[in-house]
Ligand binder design. Sequence first.
Ligand SMILES: [Fe+2]
Length: 218
Amino acid sequence: MRTLSSAVEHLVHIEGAVGSNPTVSTKLMNNKLKDFHHYKGQDLSRFEKVERRVIDLIQESKIDDSKREDSIVWEFMHASGCMQIGRLLAEKRNLDVDIASVICVLHDIYTIVNGTYKNHGPLGAQLAEKILLEIGEFTDDEIKIITDAVYHHSEKEIYSKEPYVELVKDVDVFDCSLYKNAEGFYKLHKPEAIYNEYASRIKKIREELGLSPDKVFR
Ligand SMILES: [Fe+2]
């Protein structure tokens, strides 16, 4: 039986060998395995193109942190964290993982580009639509689902019947809840009713993910 460290070594060995070893390459082809591009090159799905575009926009930002409501590092961490949590929750809820992933990575796009949260849901929906149209491979229905979710994601106190709108609201608060002192931030900067709403959403998601119900924030 392989120990954990030898298993890791084995995997590292395989990964390193894939590009150069014709035997491994042939095995990949025979097994119909598709190699992972790590977001390099042009072999990206339309969803991955959006995800890369958002990270490019973060990297290319010329707005200094002193002029941003949050740092650009935060924007990177929050966009990436939300994207992954969105994939998990979408799988749990039998929703489309790619659509959820794109909604979550785009949800704060207006803040990423402009540094402010003022009306960032509705304004972000416009930016999200522009990006989706530029990538050019999305149907009208998909664009509507994605931009509606971005538009409404700040309305945490409203519980709609739209699964992707509710998913991104849940993902947004849950990702933030995993940072130290998020509770203090919400208590200091949000009205009590909004704080309570956030806490109740986070509790619900923790339960859904099988996490301890005894705490809300980290
Ligand atoms: Fe957010």
